[in-house]
Design a protein around this ligand. Structure first.
Ligand SMILES: Cc1cc2nc3c(=O)[nH]c(=O)nc-3n(C[C@H](O)[C@H](O)[C@H](O)COP(=O)(O)O)c2cc1C
Length: 385
């Protein structure tokens, strides 16, 4: 049974991306920074609060993430933590892993507002099967935000210019407490007429810019659009292999995680693993991103405004079985191929039981975007359980 959500999401879906960037986070995350829970916080307020906070008590973290000590390998994946204020609030709310939103080599605009709608798959359990006709026929999307929550995520991966995100990312890293880690996410940017070599070079440039902030580990988004309609970079494993080789040459021993979308074919997934982790180019996989579906309103018309937005990524509760499936298959491959890559399970984690389910499936770490947005206390609930 579904019911209306009550907590204020730390990202306000009724405001533009730019407004969220400038004024967020909201709700409990704003309170964690010492700001006004309703109206967000100003940079001055945050700076004041941070200067007043006492240093955290020293302790020995119980777990590790790519060799770096962390208290609980649970956090928020790339996307909803737009800048240092968001990542600092996440740390204070007990998320020991905070991924700084995917950055690019240059400023990149956001898709038109709105970007987030509530998504209601047809099935009684609210699950969206990536291979189903429903994804092509249309899934209802509107403003009824209910639990279990599923949403559209149609931003187009906006980024600030490096002049803005580099110092902000550096500050974000410095705000991590004992047993906490800031993970930067980045991706290459494709332009019309760009050669394959230029596209690889853009990834390398962005990785170098991230390295300059002092990153200890980094994530590269390969579940982003590639050449051809509805094709993602991770649907082209040889290209991912070439890019990760070039990036790895740039970043040396720093662990590289790649973010994968759902890959339905076992053969495709094994090939991806062999040409990346199997070659020592990639140390971890974070999966999944979103499931692509056509979104329609109650009249059957396109739900999100503008050309090229008939389909959107769906995330939240609807995609949990797909996320778990990818984690199980990656864990089985790891065993069979004798490799030792890390697995970060993402997709539809909204309760402490979901966290446990992902760990049992073979995830070394777990992250929640949609679940944490609407239930900012999720990390504490997992720690209490
Ligand atoms: C608001 C929002 C923005 C996102 N932006 C990005 C992004 O910039 N880069 C990325 O790799 N994934 C992005 N994602 C995808 C998430 O990292 C995650 O893979 C996906 O939402 C599935 O997890 P969930 O079911 O817990 O939401 C975004 C998700 C949300 C909700």
């Amino acid at each position: 049974m579904s019911e209306e959500t009550t907590a204020t999401p730390f990202y306000d879906v009724d405001r533009t991306y730019e407004d969220n960037y400038a004024s967020g986070p909201f709700g409990a995350f704003a309170e964690a920074l010492g700001g006004d829970a309703k109206d967000g916080v100003t940079a001055d307020q945050v700076a004041r609060t941070l200067n007043e906070s006492a240093p955290e008590a020293a302790h020995t973290p119980a777990e590790s993430f790519f060799g770096i000590p962390v208290d609980l390998p649970f956090g928020i994946p790339a996307g909803p933590l737009l800048n240092e204020r968001y990542t600092t609030a996440a740390f204070r709310m007990g998320y020991d892993l905070a991924v700084y939103k995917t950055v690019r080599s240059h400023a990149w605009g956001c898709n038109p507002f709105p970007n987030v709608l509530a998504v209601h798959p047809r099935s009684a359990d609210g699950i969206l099967d990536p291979g189903s006709d429903e994804c092509d026929d249309g899934v209802l999307a509107d403003h009824r935000f209910e639990t279990p929550i599923s949403i559209s995520n149609s931003f187009g991966v906006p980024s600030q210019d490096p002049d803005v995100w580099q110092p902000d990312m550096q500050r974000a890293m410095e705000r991590a407490g004992v047993g906490q880690l800031l993970v930067p996410s980045f991706q290459g940017s494709r332009h019309d007429g760009m050669t394959a070599a230029e596209y690889v070079a853009d990834h390398v440039t962005t990785a170098r810019l991230v390295m300059e902030t002092g990153a200890h580990v980094m994530e590269m988004n390969t579940s982003c659009p590639n050449e051809g309609h509805n094709r993602l970079l991770c649907h082209a494993p040889d290209q991912v292999s070439t890019i990760t080789e070039a990036v790895k040459n740039e970043i040396g021993d720093t662990p590289l995680i790649i973010k994968l979308a759902y890959l339905p074919s076992d053969g495709d997934l094994e090939y991806m693993v062999r040409v990346t982790a199997g070659r020592g180019l990639v140390q971890g996989f974070s999966t999944i991103n979103t499931i692509s579906a056509k979104l329609v309103d109650a009249q059957g018309a396109q739900a999100l405004p503008g050309a090229g937005r008939d389909r959107s990524g769906v995330c939240g509760a609807a995609i949990k079985p797909s996320g778990l499936d990818m984690v199980r298959r990656l864990a089985a491959l790891r065993e069979r191929l004798g490799l030792d890559y890390g697995i970060i399970g993402v997709g539809g984690v909204t309760t402490p039981a979901d966290y446990a389910e992902y760990r049992a499936a073979g995830a070394d770490a777990v992250m929640s975007a949609t679940g944490a947005m609407w239930n900012p206390g999720l990390a504490r609930q997992i720690k209490q359980s």
